[in-house]
Every structure is written in C-alpha cells, then in structure tokens.
Design a protein around this ligand. Structure first.
Ligand SMILES: [Zn+2]
Length: 172
C-alpha cells in the first residue's frame, strides 16, 4: 500500500481520536507523504481531501483577507503534529494558528521558528548543501532554497534566514 493509499484509508475511518501518522516525517515533526514524486504534509493533504481550502478568509486576529493558498491546516485542540484526523483540523490563517497555539500552551518559544525544529546537524547540512564545495562556481549547481525548504520541511524564508546567518549562528 502506498503512503497515499494508506492516508486515504485512514481518514475514511470515523473516529474522534487522533489518527497518528506512523510513516515518514519531516524534520519539524509533521508527517510526510510522497505524492507524484513530491513530499507533502500529511495533515494538509488529509484536510484538503475532506474539506478543500476555501478561496480565502478574513483573519479573525488581523481582520485581513488571506487567500486560500496561504491558509494553514491547523490542529486544534489536539495539537498533535502527526495527527491527520480531518475532524481535528481546520483551515486557519497563520495568525489564528499562532493564537490557538499560545492559548493552548503548545507554542514553542525555544526555537527560532516554531514551524521548523532543525537540529544543529540539519542546519550544518543545509549550509553545506546550499553552498556546496565550490560555492563561488557559476552557475550554481546545488539545490535551491525552495528545494532545501521542501526537503527539510520548513519554510523557504526560514532557510533563507539560516543561509544569511540571521536565524542561527553555528559555533564554527
Ligand atoms: Zn488529533
């Protein structure tokens, strides 16, 4: 059974308990499903399959309109990153999701980015992969920031921060 078949099968079960992904996961702790040769977030796919994202919504925190492709598949109230029970998921804006996590005490302030928990080894690897052995070479042959973000399960912006050394400084 492929990851995708397993996902579809599991979300067909009617239960109010957490449905926990037991296959691959991203560095940030969220489940990873391979689809069409790409890695995708299990909980996001599960919500999209059962309740497709709206065109957009007005953020209840900022009052701003947020388009559908920027909405997050938010866990609540279970906040279990590996849970992909669609009944535990809802489309939220980034601000709403953060407000929920703070209210429920699941926001992690220890990390620079709560969406992306990378170990020092991950960070070193990202820097190495991006710069490559010959980072002065043109054209650049290594992975792009977007590819690294996809591979390590965090945002492109976070990878960009790492690469310019703003988010984290390695004791070299
Ligand atoms: Zn859950």
């Amino acid at each position: 059974m492929t990851d995708y078949e397993y996902l579809v099968d599991a979300i067909s079960a009617v239960t109010d308990d957490c449905v926990v992904w037991e296959r691959g996961k991203f560095a940030d702790g969220y489940g990873r499903v391979r689809m069409d040769g790409k890695s995708r977030r299990v909980h996001r796919v599960a919500l999209q399959l059962t309740k497709p994202a709206p065109m957009g919504k007005v953020c209840s925190v900022t009052g701003e309109w947020v388009p559908g492709h920027k909405l997050q598949a938010a866990h609540g109230p279970c906040h279990e990153p590996l849970c992909f029970n669609p009944r535990h998921l809802a489309w939220s804006t980034g601000h709403e999701n953060m407000a929920d996590k703070k209210r429920d005490g699941t926001h992690n302030d220890n990390e620079n980015n709560p969406q992306c928990k990378l170990s020092d080894a991950d960070v070193a690897l990202i820097l190495l992969m991006y710069k490559g052995p010959q980072h002065w070479a043109r054209p650049k042959t290594g992975p792009t920031m977007a590819e690294l973000a996809d591979q390590f399960g965090c945002s492109k912006g976070h990878v960009a921060n790492l690469l310019v050394g703003r988010a984290r400084r390695l004791a070299a």
